[in-house]
Each structure stands twice: as structure tokens, then as C-alpha cells.
Design a protein around this ligand. Sequence first.
Ligand code: ADP
Ligand code: MG
Length: 582
Amino acid sequence: MFKRFLGYYQGQMHLFVIDIIAAITVAGIDLAFPQILRTLTGGLFTEGPDAIMGALAYLAVGLVCMYAIRFVCRYFVIFWGHVMGARMESRMREDLFDAYERMSFSYFDHNKSGDLMSRLVSDLFDISEAAHHGPEFILIGIVEVTGSFIILSTINLPLTGVLALIAVLLVVYNAFANYRMRAVYTENRVRISGVNSRLEDSLAGVRVVKSFAAEDVERAKFRRSNDAYLASKTRMYRAMGRYQAAIAVMMGALNTAVVVFGGWLIAQGQMEAIDLATYALYISLFTTPITSILDFTETFQKAIAGFRRFCEVLDTQPDIQDAPGARPIRVTEGAISYRDVHFAYKAADGSPEDGVINGLTLDIRPGETIALVGPSGGGKTTTCSLLPRFYDVDSGSITIDGQDVREVTQRSLREAIGLVQQDVYLFDGTIAENIAYGSPDATIEEIQEAARKANIAEFIETLPEGYETEVGERGSHLSGGQKQRVAIARVFLKNPPILIFDEATSALDNESEQAVQESLAELSHGRTTLVIAHRLSTIKNADEIVTMEGGRVAERGTHEELLARGGTYARYYHMQFADGAE
Ligand code: ADP
Ligand code: MG
């Protein structure tokens, strides 16, 4: 893990080296300053006024140069140090995003998007903070602490002993306080994410909230989590106040001890007054880095935890991968064949849940349209998800024109299959961009042609901005039927030989259903099509109907045949449609 972390410094080595050199230079200058002052003042007091003036001029020039160098170095540390951290963070973010894109469906079944998002944002920020401040703090700390300790020892050894003793107390207290503060910080993070998810939930469900006039309920829920956050923040600041105050007291004790013990040493003739003054100047150089390194442990721990989670994601192998030597699929006819397929969804730990598909065998002839009918939760959607290999079968096989879907490349397989679902997802952007999603090279003519075939061109042309109209977040500016037809246009443009319609018209009213139905019929012309439908009109359009029960095919035949047989389909038909308008 550590090696991998170092890997992200690659390409940033020059910045890293400059950052470290600059940091050490700053530490060196800070260390040198009291010494210079001591030497000069020590010398000056023994000279006459003229000599003092001359020396002062040197001193002034020297100090200005020193601070100029310090300025440049500080600038480097702050600017380039952060840039280095930001670049590392940016590379990690790309790697993480790539890893997310690689994952298969089951991964997203088990990981909440809020969680995945926070890894991308806050974890990586913590890591980058540690990546550039860490080495800098530690190096500056080492230089300043050892440097000032040596200088202090040369000035007066017994006094330094006292100082070291108090410093040890400081470290011990700090470690203890950090330990206690961690609980408070953790609680604080839980509370803030509570506020965030409340907000997210309320905003996402705003239509439901409004329609039930439940604003007060939402307000009360929000207030509760907001209050809890405030309370935890108060606890955090109380702990911080105590901590800072205690540190201040200990620093006071340190100074008092130095002054009293130092005064006593002076009285004993074991130390000069000027040495005590210099000594006092070094104390903060000795103690500040200690406290700041200890403070930094918090960030450091967060970063380690964050980086561990980061590596976990990067090391997760997607459970669907191309077989070694997989070739692109060649769809000549479009014949689909399920052979004794068994499948169960897996729990987060990988153990199988109850079987959803239990020995499904189904052949679909080239160009045929098959309607899948069955109870809700009966495994129809699952059957369709197995074809583009969103999940792999547990046993049995699925072939397209004799090629097992596990033997061909995922990319070619998914290019060969067009999917139209009940919930259409449109991406933020224009209508044209959404139609061309998946076919980025499409010309505007091709896009218009696809829209025409999907029965949506007329509507688009009535819009003031036509194809350049923004669809809004998730397509919120379009109606359900319009969104569905944009999705169909998308598939027209992709032009796959095999189609899956999963309740594509279920969410639509009768009128838009008819328009969508027409474009679907046009789309499925000459392509092998699997339709999951609740509407009789869709089912009747199919060449054959397959009913599913218990994850298996129960019956197969035309509408008339199945009705005559009086089995599952007939029962289903009478329940759903017998007294309907159809
Ligand atoms: P249908 O489309 O016929 O209504 P599905 O194929 O969607 O049925 O679901 C079949 C069964 O599998 C249901 O019991 C459902 O709860 C379960 N299921 C569907 N998707 C998942 C999933 N991603 N993870 C776990 N179980 C699932
Ligand atoms: Mg379904």
C-alpha cells in the first residue's frame, strides 16, 4: 500500500524535492535567527555607539536577505506544495473513477452511490492533504526540534533537561487529548453526513413532499438532524477549547519554569542573562513542531483510512470480465438460446440469495418478437439482464448465433443489444446529445433520421431551440412519453440486431403509449426482440408469448393458442384485461 502511495509522487518528484528543500530552509532560517541575534547583541553591548550603528546596518541588510529567502521558500511550500498535492489527488480521482466505470452491476447493487461519491471527494482530499503536508511537517519538525534541542543544550544543559521533561508531558497529554477528540470528530462526521442525506432525500422526493403537503414533516426531520449536528459541533468546540487552553497552560508552565529555573541559574552564576533571553526564543521553536505534528496525526489517520478504502476499490476485480482471448461477437441471424439457465442474485458477501431463474430454457428465432409475461418479481427483468451479461449465469448457458455470451467481448455484445426500459435516464445536455449517446460520431442528419423513426422529430422541431434544447436534469423538461421516444431514437441510431423492451410503455398514459408503441414496432422490425409487457396491445403484437413461473418457462404459444389452453396465460389475461377497454 505504501509503495502504491509513493507511486503517486511519480512525475511530481521535482516539486517534492523543491518543497522539502524550501521547508528545510525555512526551518533553518527560523533556527538561525535567535542565534544571530544573540551573537550580534552579545557583541554590540561591548562596543561604542558608532560600532553599534555600523553593525546595525549589516544586521538590517542580513535580516532583509534572510527574510527574502524565507518569503520565496514559504511561497514554494504553500503554492507548489499544494499544487503537488492537488495533482496527486487529481490522478487518484481519475483512477478511482476508472475503477467505478469498470465495475459490474452487482457492485452497484451493494454500494450506495453516496458512499462512492464521498470516497471520490472527501477521502481523496484527506489523502492529498497528508501527501504534501505530511513530509513537510515531519521534516520541518525533525529539523526544528533536534536543531533547537542541540542549541538549547549548548546554552544550558540542566535547563534543557527541565524543558525536555515538560515537553514529554506535552506529548503525552496531546496523545491522550487526540484520542479523546477522535470520538468527537467521528461523531461530527456522522452528523454532517446525516444532514446531507436528509437534504438529498428531501430534495429528491420534493414532488411527494409537495403532493402530501408534508413540508412541516420534512422541516421537522431536517431540524432534528441539523440540531444533532449543532450539538455535536458544540461538543467538538468544547473539546477543542479545553485542549487549546490546556496547551496554553502547559506552555505557560514551560515559560515559568524556564524563567524561574533560569533566574536561579543566573543567581548561581551558572548562566548569563543574554543566554536566558535567547533560550526563551528557542522554546517555541522546540514546542510548536511537536504540537503541530501531533495535531497532524488526525489528518494522517484519516488519510490512511481513506487511502486504504481507495486501494480497496482499485483492487476490486469486476465480477464480469472478458474471457482471455475473447473476440467480438458476430451476429448474423440474431438467434438467441437460453439453455437450462440457473441464476441467483448474490448478497454483499457473495453468498447466493434465493434462485430467481431456475432452469430456464428458451429459444428465440431470428427476427422473432417474443413477449415475456409473468407475475411481478417472477424474474422477467433478470432474464433480460443475463443476455447483455449484466450478470453471469450460475449454470447453463446463453448463446447468440451459437456464441456463448461469456466468450465474446462485453463491448461488442452490448453494442449488439438495444435496451429500452421503463425508467428512461437522460443525461444532462441537449436532445441531440442524448440521442447520439453511445454514437458520438453520428451526424445531425443521422440524429434527425433516428428521431423521425422514433416519432419524436415533429415534436422536437416545434421547440424554439430544436435539437439543441436542454433536457434538464434527468430529462425533467420532457414528458414521460417524450423521454421514452428520445430513448428509442437513441436505440435506432445505435441500430443493434437484438432488442429488449422492459416494460417500455408501462409508465405512459394511453395516448403516448400508442405513439411509443408505434415507434417500438418500427424499431423491432427485422430484429430479434424480447418484450416484457403488461399491456395487451404489446403482447398481441408479439409473434409468440412465453409465460414465466418460478424462474422457468411455463407456457409458450400465440395469444389464441394460450387462451385456448386455459393455463397461466389465460388466467393472467382474464385478470388483467377481460373487463378492460381492450
Ligand atoms: P420481474 O421483472 O419479473 O418483475 P425481476 O427479475 O425484476 O422480476 O426480479 C426477480 C426477483 O429478483 C425479485 O424477487 C427481486 O426482488 C429480485 N431482484 C431483482 N433485482 C435484484 C438485485 N439487483 N439484487 C437482488 N435481488 C434482485
Ligand atoms: Mg421487471
